[in-house]
Unconditional design. Structure first.
Length: 352
């Protein structure tokens, strides 16, 4: 009776066969070849249309064959697994295509000259010039923004987790952080431009761009750090309290070291979030073709602004520089992400 309750026809399942391991790749290859023929003799066109149609046809054909050979239960299981893998492939395909296309295009001008020279006295159509001034500007602007947002975000998250509780002010701060998280980046640039430039009568500078990046970076640091602090087991806090340790010392000596790996990763993600912003720096930094190592005086360049300005010029040499700048920006983000992974691994406890 148990078998009957689980499946109305257990003998039917026993009589079914099983597809070999090479069945799924063979079905995918057959569908790809057949669909190529269909696209060749019909008006259907487009790589994206072909890939999406191939995914749907593959899922339908594999389900039909599996249902005929293995039965309905195994067919549904294969359909779910194939749909998950196909969705993963379709999601990764644009990312891989963007990275590959950027690498191929960016390597045309990605050399020592590009990394050590600026655009001063270089015409738009000249083959020389580089993004050295933009790299310096990006590092300084993001560094100053990190100096502002990381300590402040850490203090806000500590208050929300350790001291806020169910207080009305803590709920208000949490709501305000959520609103800031979804704030468009151009709004941050407009706010700094209005306050820093129009109210305080300060000019364009890298520091103004850092203020705009701080507005974007701060809620990311607060939210990620808050989640990491909430993951710390309450038993660690209770053990420290039982020993007579004050709360501020518990947070400083127990909670923060325990969550350090996650906090570091969250900070690196926040840095990677703002390093590619264009709209805020366009409104506050203004941009320049010369090297300006002083972020507090005069316009300054950044990598996103360099890519934006070079890509809008009507010649191939400028466009090549834009692609190389985009590749440099990707490498910078990759280095930050790798640094976060290494710091997390080093901070993780090691077993003996």
């Amino acid at each position: 009776m148990t078998l009957t309750a689980l499946d109305p026809d257990p003998l039917h399942l026993a009589s079914k066969g099983r597809l070999p391991r090479w069945a799924s790749p063979a079905i995918a290859l057959a569908c790809a070849v057949l669909l190529l023929l269909v696209f060749a003799i019909t008006p259907a066109d487009g790589r994206a249309d072909y890939l999406v149609t191939l995914a749907v046809v593959f899922l339908v054909v594999q389900f039909a064959i599996s249902y005929a050979v293995e039965g309905g239960r195994k067919a549904r299981d294969r359909l779910a697994a194939a749909a998950a893998v196909t969705g993963l492939f379709l999601a990764l395909l644009p990312l891989v295509a963007i990275l590959g296309f950027t690498i191929v295009k960016g390597m045309k001008r990605f050399d020592v000259t590009f990394l050590t020279h600026s655009m001063r006295n270089v015409a738009d159509s000249d083959p020389g010039g580089g993004a050295y001034h933009a790299i310096i500007g990006t590092l300084e602007q993001v560094g100053i923004a990190s100096l502002f947002s990381v300590p402040l975000g850490l203090l806000v998250s500590i208050y929300l987790v350790e001291y806020g509780g169910g207080r009305r002010f803590a709920r208000l701060v949490s709501t305000f952080v959520d609103v800031m998280t979804g704030l468009p980046s151009i709004i941050a640039g407009l706010f700094v431009l209005s306050f820093w430039g129009l109210v305080l009568h300060q000019g364009f500078s890298g520091f103004a761009g850092s203020l705009a990046l701080t507005v974007i970076m701060l809620p990311v640091v607060v939210r990620t750090t808050e989640e990491m602090l909430r993951l710390v087991p309450p038993a660690l806090r209770e053990a420290a309290f039982a020993l007579g340790v004050r709360k501020w010392r518990t947070v400083l000596s127990v909670v923060l070291p325990t969550a350090l790996a996650g906090i570091t990763t969250g900070v690196m993600l926040a840095v990677a979030r703002v390093v590619g912003e264009t709209a805020p720096v366009l409104l506050t930094v203004f941009g320049t073709s010369s090297i300006n190592t002083n972020p507090f005086s005069g316009p300054q360049e950044s990598l996103p602004l360099f890519v934006f300005s070079e890509a809008g010029l009507p010649n191939n040499t400028a466009v090549d520089r834009a692609w190389s700048g985009a590749l440099t920006l990707i490498i910078l983000v990759l280095l930050l992400t790798t640094a976060a992974r290494l710091l997390t691994r080093r901070s993780a406890p090691r077993g003996r």
